[in-house]
Design a binder for this molecule. Structure first.
Ligand code: NAD
Length: 469
């Protein structure tokens, strides 16, 4: 049930107050923007321990250190990056004035859009609220945030700590589930940034279209990892294990499935198995191995494995032990599903868990065709040192981002735009692209002195002939 803050009337009132406040100060100066970022930084750092503990409790188990590294560090780095680069981002951009218009000046002013809505998922419940929020504040906006209901302790703590440092007409947090999310997405924001599933993304865009609200959609999908022939190296497999098993695979840019040359299949399986055992010596009960967020997702993932078993795929579960206490907090052992057909469930839907299907190939062209026959992924990973093949993959596939000989790290680079394409999303944030997505690029022409176009008025006679001469 929606709580009080999540009722449509209350949300509309908050939006109204934020817009009124925005109109009073529609272009906050750089010092004010930096002060807001500094307040956000202090809020996160002073509640660092509580935030990491809240995520741990919401998941059932997620290592304090994993949250600290993968979320808190990322948020602080993003805030520092925005603060350092704000002056450059805000600088008006000079544009070319062709000969006939000389005497005038053209520029783009990056104007705050107004009130931004931010909707976040549960998988990185701190950073996927805080980084869009920091970006929106840097761009001079007011912000309404709707975190996920699946991490209730974290979301409610975020509400409390943001209320400590921001007046409600600068930042407001709305708590609630899908019903509240639906009402939130119908509000007449000046921009809406949604992070979540592709299926809900459709609904968000539909709702936003009612008020012509521009959207950034950060969605999911099946991100492939290609391992070049003969490239089953220690470094490659360690990086794939890191990308697949951080947060137990509940990462939007986790490698979803692997494409391995048929001659390398057994070597890949053996190395993956050895790397997992080395990295998580206590199997799914290891301290750094996260639980699955909810019973529904736990059952969904087990059903994917069951479906693969029924279809006679080869299934390798790594580090499984007899029933342990950890099993009761929804852990799923790292699982490889080998040599599968593409119509199997685990190859149809986004996995979002510690299951890695492996498909084999004979030539790189097959891999490119297979990827292009599917919806465009959020990330694509290529492990190999063959420049020609790497160039072919880069040029002939389309994905939000690409990691070469690396997984996940591209998201941590503050200066790279992060976003999807096609079914994996619309628009991007991080980098200057984030600042610009939450700013209006206002083109301004200033007529400074007399020139031919400044005399333009009827009767037009043969002015067109002169202009085209
Ligand atoms: P979700 O789409 O179920 O929920 C996201 C947000 O939308 C939540 O705040 C939720 O309350 C709200 N919501 C749910 N149903 C709604 C509805 N019918 N109408 C309006 N709002 C609704 O996603 P999730 O399960 O929280 O997160 C997992 C998904 O998010 C995965 O698909 C993952 O790939 C994707 N994801 C993408 C990124 C990215 O940056 N591209 C990052 C993390 C997660």
């Amino acid at each position: 049930m929606p709580n009080d803050a999540g009722s449509a009337t209350v949300m509309e009132a908050i939006l109204h107050d934020q817009r009124t406040a925005f109109l009073r100060d529609a272009s906050p100066r750089i010092a004010e923007r930096k002060a807001r970022l500094a307040r956000l930084r202090v809020a996160v750092l002073s509640h660092r321990t509580a935030l990491c503990k809240a995520v741990d409790a919401d998941f059932g188990r997620r290592s304090y250190y994993e949250t600290d590294l993968m979320e808190i560090v990322g948020v602080i780095q993003a805030i520092d990056y925005l603060t350092r680069n704000l002056h450059r981002f805000m600088r008006p951009e000079k544009r070319h004035v062709s000969l006939v218009y000389q005497g005038g000046r053209a520029q783009i002013i990056w104007q705050p859009k107004g009130v931004i809505g931010v909707m976040a998922p549960w998988n990185y419940p701190i950073s996927l609220v805080m980084i869009p929020l920091a970006t929106a504040l840097a761009a001079g906006n007011r912000v309404m945030v709707k975190p996920s209901e699946l991490t209730p302790r974290t979301s409610s703590l975020i509400q409390t700590i943001l209320a400590e440092v921001f007046a409600k007409d600068v930042v407001a947090v709305i708590l609630g589930g899908a019903e509240v999310g639906a009402a939130f997405s119908r509000l007449a924001f000046d921009h809406l940034l949604f992070t979540g599933s592709t299926s809900v993304g459709h609904k968000i865009m539909q709702a936003a279209s009612e008020n012509l609200v521009p959207v950034t959609l950060e969605l999911g999908g099946k991100s492939p990892v290609i391992v070049a022939r003969g490239h089953v190296t220690e470094r490659a497999v360690s990086s794939i294990v890191f990308g697949k098993l951080s947060n137990a695979g509940q990462t939007c840019v986790a490698p979803d499935y692997a494409l391995v040359h048929e001659d390398d299949l057994e070597a890949f399986i053996a190395r993956f198995d050895a790397t997992v055992i080395r990295t998580y010596p206590d199997g799914p009960t290891s301290d750094d191995y996260a639980s699955i967020i909810s019973d529904r997702h736990y059952e969904r993932l087990n059903a994917l494995i069951e479906d693969a078993r029924e279809r006679r795929a080869r299934i390798i579960r790594i580090g499984v032990r007899p029933e342990t206490a950890a099993d009761r907090i929804r852990t799923i052992a790292p699982t490889l599903v080998v040599a599968i057909r593409s119509d199997i469930a685990v190859m149809r839907e986004e996995i979002f868990g510690p299951i890695l299907p492996i498909m084999t190939y004979r030539a790189i062209g097959e891999v490119i065709d297979l990827i292009n026959a599917r919806p465009r992924p959020l990330a694509l990973y290529y492990f190999g040192d063959d420049d020609a093949d790497r160039r072919k993959v880069l040029a002939r596939t389309t994905s939000g981002n690409v990691g070469i000989n690396s997984t996940l790290i591209h998201v941590a680079l503050d200066d790279l735009p992060f976003g999807g394409v096609g079914a994996s999303g619309i628009g991007a944030y991080h980098g200057i692209e984030g600042f610009r997505s939450m700013s209006h690029a206002k083109g301004v022409f200033i007529q400074r002195r007399w020139n031919l176009p400044s005399l333009l008025r009827a009767p037009f006679g043969r002015l067109a002939d002169i202009a085209l001469a």
